[in-house]
Design a protein around this ligand. Structure first.
Ligand code: SF4
Length: 446
């Protein structure tokens, strides 16, 4: 019986892919372990969205190689976007790697392991083909990391081809799972005691049921939110252009759908949005923000921004700053542009120096920090919220939980993860909230 350990870099899709791989291997009789030193098989699930992530993969592999030298039977497998991107190149660059499995081929991992074992580790396996259908998910065997949140893939891949993004090349074209299979998985999760569902997809809100294209994301969201026992539904990652009125209205009407929406902006300047091929203008983005603002319940908005995209002038960057100021996002992921292989923008000359990118990033982050602090003071300080407890804080004596608007609140005490609590927010900072538990409303849903 072999023991395996999976280390996961990157987004929630990768986290969930690791859950599916764990399930497949456990089904084969293998045992998951908590530390790489205890494993016979080490799996690195990789991300290639940022340039540094690829370096990180090779440097991590360099560390793991030491174990392989000491014990040649120890197997190393690389999966995920870097595996897809590198393919055969990876076994040349890192010949101690035994298996390279791309984003469409996870389900073949048990067979690949068998072949490798039959050859006594001599026949390295590389599987990076693309498929037209979503990978079959054996839902009964997904090993979920969380006791209360069930990640569920609804679609994979992306047809958008933003000029900076490697995802369509590493994840392939859009492939939607049948709605019936998704709903069955969600109902089973509810029966098992999961209280939160996270719907996953690269452009999650472009979802269509492959059997009936009239059944769209809004329909699916409403159906999942209506499942008995499910208290919260989230989704990631949406594309601003794919938000139709029906989806906005489901978010406004159904309390089970969390009142937080991620709207990846990337830039506030029209010429840059056009070069990025984002398929919306500043004006259209602001109109969408207005739709969320006009709902009866408040909806917290978060975003992603890239600074220093090729051709971004100071005036373009000022447009981003002004839009960020105008919207008031509750949180933001911001990055300096870095060219990714295969993308349209890879060869575009950038007039923006590294120093200037750093300056812009710092300006943007300073602005966002101030805005976040003011939003926290206005919307959270001194107010009561229901939180879902997620785990212990680093000091071990405090715990943290999330509001439905996705704010993390730290508080004293150690109730079990999956507990719903009423919290009074007593302290706010730009990046965190601190609260006190209101005893009368303890409810354990785990
Ligand atoms: S929508 Fe654009 S940024 Fe998002 S995954 Fe697709 S290509 Fe990448």
């Amino acid at each position: 019986m072999k023991r395996f350990f999976i280390e996961t870099f990157g987004c929630q899709m990768n986290v969930h892919d690791s859950e599916k791989i764990s399930g497949l291997l456990a089904h084969r009789g293998m045992v998951p372990v908590h530390r790489p030193e205890e494993a016979d098989l080490f799996i690195l699930n990789t991300c290639s969205v940022r340039e540094k992530a690829v370096h990180k993969v090779y440097s991590r592999l360099g560390e793991v190689k030491r174990r392989k030298i000491a014990d040649p039977k120890f197997l190393i497998c690389v999966v995920g976007c870097v595996a897809q991107q590198e393919g055969q190149k990876m076994v040349k660059k890192a010949p101690f790697v035994d298996l390279v499995v791309g984003t469409h081929m996870y389900h073949t991992l048990p067979d690949l392991l068998d072949s490798l074992e039959k050859s006594n580790g001599a026949a390295k396996q590389v599987a990076t083909e693309f498929m037209n259908e979503p990978a079959p998910v054996e839902i009964s065997s997904v090993l979920r990391r969380s006791q209360f949140r069930a990640n569920i893939t609804i679609m994979e891949g992306c047809n958008k081809h933003c000029s900076f993004c490697i995802v369509p090349y590493t994840r392939g074209k859009e492939r939607n799972r049948p709605a019936q299979a998704i709903l069955e998985e969600a109902r089973r999760a509810a029966d098992q005691g999961f209280v939160e569902i996270m719907l996953l997809g690269q452009t999650v809100n472009s979802y269509r049921d492959p059997g009936d294209y009239r059944f769209r994301f809004a329909d699916l969201l409403a159906k999942v939110a209506a499942i008995s026992g499910i208290r919260r539904v989230r989704f990631t990652s949406p594309h601003p252009r794919e938000f139709d009125d029906a989806t906005v209205s489901v978010i406004g009407e159904m309390k089970t759908v969390c009142n937080q929406v991620h709207l990846p902006l990337q830039s506030g300047s029209d010429p840059i949005l056009k070069r990025m091929r984002r398929q919306y203008t500043r004006e259209q983005f602001l109109r969408l923000v207005e739709k969320f603002r006009s709902l009866r319940r408040p909806v917290a908005l978060s975003t992603d921004v890239i600074v220093g995209f090729p051709g971004e002038t100071d005036a373009d960057f000022q447009q981003t700053l002004s839009l960020v100021q105008q919207v008031g996002f509750e949180s933001m992921f911001s990055f300096k542009y870095s060219a990714r292989p295969y993308t349209e923008a890879e060869t575009w000359k950038t007039e923006v120096t590294e120093l200037e990118k750093t300056r812009r990033l710092m300006m943007l982050q300073r602005l966002q920090k101030g805005l976040q602090l003011r939003l926290h003071e206005r919307h959270y300080q001194g107010r009561r919220f229901e939180i879902l407890v997620e785990g212990r804080a680093r000091d071990g004596r405090q715990s943290f939980g999330r509001t439905t608007s996705n704010k993390v609140v730290n508080f004293p005490g150690t109730p079990p993860p999956g507990t719903f609590l009423e919290i009074l927010v007593t302290q706010v900072g730009p990046n965190s909230l601190v609260g006190r538990r209101l005893e009368e409303s303890i409810e354990n849903c785990a």
